[in-house]
Design a protein around this ligand. Sequence first.
Ligand code: C2E
Ligand code: MG
Ligand code: MG
Ligand code: MG
Length: 286
Amino acid sequence: MYRSKHVGRNIVTTFEATLQDEQTLALEHELREGLSNGEITVYYQPQIDLSSGIIVGVEALVRWLHPSRGLLPPGEFIQLAEECGLIVELGETVLRMACLEMKRWEQQGISYETVWVNLSPRQFQSPDLLSSIQTILRETGLPPTSLGLEITESLAMKNTDQIMNKLHQLRDLGVRIAIDDFGTGYSSLSYLQQFPINVIKVDKSFTKLSSDEQNPRFIVTAILALARELNLRVIAEGMEHIEQIHWMRQEGCDYAQGYVVARPMTPELLSETYLELSDRARELVH
Ligand code: C2E
Ligand code: MG
Ligand code: MG
Ligand code: MG
C-alpha cells in the first residue's frame, strides 16, 4: 500500500517537473525572440542629491514588452535569463540603450552625472564584460565616468582574486561601481574596505520608517557612519514617503531614490516631465 502511494507521488512529481521544464523552455524561447524583436526596453528612475535636491542620476531598470502579457518587470524573467545564459546578451542590450539614452538626454540639454546599470552575477563573470563595455562606450561616445555599474552584495562577498581583478579593471576604465541592496547579503563587512567601489545602495528593507523592532533605525545610522569612514557615497533606496527623505537627509545620506521622487518611467516621459520633476525634487529636500 505504502509503496504504491510512494510511486504515485513520484509520478506526479515527474509530471509536474516535465511541465515546468516545458514552460521554462517556452519562456526561454520567447525571451530569445523578444530580444531580437526589440521587445526589451528600459525604464529609468531618477536619483536626487539630498543636500541640493538636484536630480543627479538615473537607474536603468529593464522591462519586457511582451506581445501578449504586456509590460513585464524584471522579476518575471531575469532569473530565467541568468539560468539559460541569455543574461549576457540582455545585459548588453540594456547597457547600450542606457548609454545611448544618456547621449540623447544630453542633446536635449539634460545632463545627469551617472546612469546606473544593474549587472547580474553571470554577466559580471563573463570574460567579455570589459571589452563589451569598452565597445559600447566607444560607439555611444558616453564618457566612462558617466556610467555606473551596480553589483550585488553576494557577488562582492565571494571576494575572489578574479572578481577583485575585474573590479579593478572596471575602475581603471573609469566607470563607477555600486553595491546594490546593501545589507541584505549578511556579508562580512571587510570586503567594503578591500573593494574598489564608490557607492553603496542601502536596501529598501532598511530605509522604512517603522517602529518595527526587526528594522531598527540604528542600522541605517551605522551604515552611514561606515560609509563615511570608508569615503563611500550612499544612496537610500525605496523612498516612498517624504518623512524618509527628511530623515535620510538629516542623517547625512547623500542620495535618494524611490516612488516619492518618481517611479521608473520611459526615457521619453522622463524628458517631458524633467522640469516638473526637478521642481518637485527640490521641494522634497526643503
Ligand atoms: P534593484 O536594482 O534594487 O532596483 C530597485 C527596484 O525597486 C526596482 O524594481 C524599482 O522599480 C523598485 N523601486 C524603486 N523605488 C521604489 C519604492 O519607493 N518602493 C518600492 N517598493 N520599490 C521601489 P524593478 O524595476 O522591478 O527591478 C527589480 C530588480 O530587478 C532590480 O532591483 C534589479 O536587481 C533587477 N534588474 C532590473 N533591471 C535589471 C537589468 O537590466 N539587469 C539585471 N541583471 N537586473 C536588473
Ligand atoms: Mg539596482
Ligand atoms: Mg537595489
Ligand atoms: Mg532590490
